[in-house]
Design a binder for this molecule. Sequence first.
Ligand SMILES: [Mn+2]
Length: 452
Amino acid sequence: MTETSPDWLNLYAEHLQHVRAQYTHALEQSEGHSLLISSGSLKTAFLDDRTYPYMVNPHFKAWLPVTDVPDSFLLIKPGKKPKLLLHQPEDYWHKVAEIPTGYWVEHWDIQPIQSLKDAHNEIGDPGSFIYIGEETKVATEFGIEAINPSSVLNHLHFERASKTPYEIACLEAASLTAARGHLAAQQAFFHGASENEIAHQFLMASGHREQHTPYSSIVALNEHCAVLHYQFYEHTRFKGTALKSMLIDAGTSYNGYASDITRTYAFKPGIFADLIDAMEREQLAIIEEVTTGINYAELHGRMHLKIADILKTAGIVDMSPESMVETNVTFNFLPHGLGHLLGLQVHDVAGYQLSHEGGIKPAPDKYPALRLTREITEGQVFTIEPGLYFIPMLLKKLKQSVYHTAVNWPLIEELMPYGGIRIEDNIAVQNGSPVNLTRRAFSAVKAEARSL
Ligand SMILES: [Mn+2]
């Protein structure tokens, strides 16, 4: 996505053909079946008339770039043009969905429906249908018995790890909008903004409202950087030496595909800034090691050795890197996984799945938080997000362990106010090698800024 924008028309046509073929394979045991995929419904809060933010069924948005049409359906019959049953109720409280336009609509029959009854009328013989969606009661009312069959879902979920060129273009476009947000957030940080202000700068610059981001942005200042999924936006503006560090983990969406990007900054040069540089070098080094045919868990193990090297070189832990990994001392500094599959969902499905049929390869006992244990194959997209943190709870345990004498506690005390570091990029596997969608997006956005 540098000078020329993607050829969405052809990319989408090819993608749709691929999705159709995937479903045909998935449905092999139920040959001749048709599909009904629900977009999902709005949910009302307890004792209230307000609804929670809407989240579309990922199986719905796998077919077409439509993410904001509750109570709609996809109806797919073998050999027929697929149909979008678009919910257009009589409603003067809300804006009713318009008939969509764009490069993808020529591939679909788009038919408005006002109610579930209209959808029901479209179905015909329910015995020939498979239903995929959350509203299982609706499927039962329609007379459909095959509801979310696990054989079909396992097949589709396993396949979803490898992306079509259309999907990779969407994921790169999502990295691009997020990169704009990240650069604005970085500026706000260096101007002394609060977490709340930085979070809003990110949304503004990326052109997103909060409910359309694939996950709630994490914007952490100082020791909050040590909270892996820090969930608040405080209003405090730190001044002078009180402002130390920022960790921002924030992504955006494009056509229903997610980016998931983390950056960490030090406010001033010094020991923490040096640690960030070391982490960045090792993050880029582990990305270089991405190749087809090895297991992702292998990369995770190698990353621990790199973290151990950093801890040793920085004088934080005085043990050989090998024994730091062997004894799992490094876990106290990196207690999460190296990354996860990325796509229609930010933590995409089937990270542990062994085959199309199902089966699980769980996270290793030593690294229970690892979300991805699959072999790396062509077309996969995943994150690489090593971290190095100073988490009081884990450091307390380390202090009580037999390894406490190897740790430079005064140095740890000095680093704790900075919280920690995470650097996260989105990687596509193409021609057996890593393509860093996120770094490409940052370069493109910086080039844009220079040419203004
Ligand atoms: Mn992530």
